[in-house]
Design a protein around this ligand. Sequence first.
Ligand SMILES: C[S@@+](CC[C@H](N)C(=O)[O-])C[C@H]1O[C@@H](n2cnc3c(N)ncnc32)[C@H](O)[C@@H]1O
Length: 475
Amino acid sequence: MGTKRETALAALKTLSTFLEPFLPIVNTHMVHFYTDQVFEKLNQDLQSDLMALTDTQIAELPNDYLNISKSKPSHIASNLLQLMEDIDGHNLDSLNVLDDLPSVWKEMDIKPLTSLIHFDKFMTVKKSHEVGALCDTIASFANYTDSKLIVDLGCGKGALASMLSLNHGLYVSGIDAAGFSAHAEEGRQSMLQKTFKSHVKKARLTEDEEAVDLSVRFRRSTLYLSNNFDIRPLIEECSQHFQQSFNQVGLVGLHTCGNLASTSVQLFVNSPESRFLCNVGCCYHLLDEFFDKSNSGLEQGFPLSSHLKSKSFFLGRNARMVSSQPLERYATRKQMQPDVLFYRSLLQVILEEKFPSTDSVEFQVGRLRKPVNNFRDYLQWATKKLKLSLELTDEEIEAYLTRYNGDKRRHLYAFFQLRLLLASLVEYVILLDRLVYLTEQEVVSNSFLVRIFSPVTSPRCYALLAFKKLKEKSI
Ligand SMILES: C[S@@+](CC[C@H](N)C(=O)[O-])C[C@H]1O[C@@H](n2cnc3c(N)ncnc32)[C@H](O)[C@@H]1O
């Protein structure tokens, strides 16, 4: 067995090499599925294997894929089955790069802490699941590294920050680019405090609940974070605000979208005051890619590792977008994608046939707010949105439907499912690239990639955890 760095790097090499030839498929846009004849770009054997599936089997493909290491579905023909097994062979579990929290505690010799109270009054089920899991992990790391101040990057409304402070007595400095109302913030914090206190009382967690410190020690700043951000002035401000001196801090972030996750990882590495990192990213479509030829002078969001940089590795926006689709949720639902997916692709055929001189990129329909009953209603809605006069008779609409219903419609749904399986690997490349970058850093002693949430409840479920070497000097 190699070192963690060797294992992570080998996994990144294997995964990126496997994924690269499939990127054109993952980067296809379903809007252009018919106009670009996307299905025909798959090899013939794969096309036949997909078409041999019934509608139900197509709907169940994500579920069959997630269980493929346990049971090989007999209804899936050899080429498709082989591809599914190959994809499965390149997920984070198969690549042996995932840790779980118990192994982190053991390897780091950390005593895990638990929260006094987990409550969901102000949060959705999803948020309370996320905050609950992160809160205890961060508190345990803070205790281990003796970091009393937590810097929450992209703190949003501060749900995580408040829980860290109420449950674990930590000081939290929240930063978010979005402005906030100090008045609303005050109201929210006082409500949180009251509810927390009543929970403590009800649960009779302590004989003397007055002894529990129930103040929210959360300070929020409106700032835009970039890779060269200096956290020192912020720590200084917090020291003055909380009348405490903070020598070392933990950098955390829950669903740091796009570049903010890469920024968090780089800030952790470049700030001597930061002792640990706990970061969960999301919204990969918002990442800036360094090797994106259509964009120059962007923040460096991806890649970070020397290996992918040396390969000028490029994913593509649509691949990053599709990688955020919730595979585990689709697997649980076992349903065909909604009709609107088919309707949009068919609309594109009509638009390109009826308006051949117009640039197809201009046809941005946007999201359907209410469900429609049939294609005719969809057309009506879309043409109104596009401000186009598209006078189609009922017979013409029927003729389009006859052309594309049946096999062609099944092509689209089957392709969508196959692309979904491949796209999961895009997220893994992004995460592994960040992990490898951390392992490359002299100042970082340990780094881990952990599935910290349930993927069904919270699809962006992977946390990057890292620690600095103890010998490094603090401020
Ligand atoms: C998906 S939200 C998550 C909010 C919060 N952490 C939570 O879990 O509820 C991401 C947040 O990051 C903030 N954000 C994104 N990029 C940022 C940047 N470069 N600097 C500061 N804040 C940023 C956004 O304004 C947004 O509030």
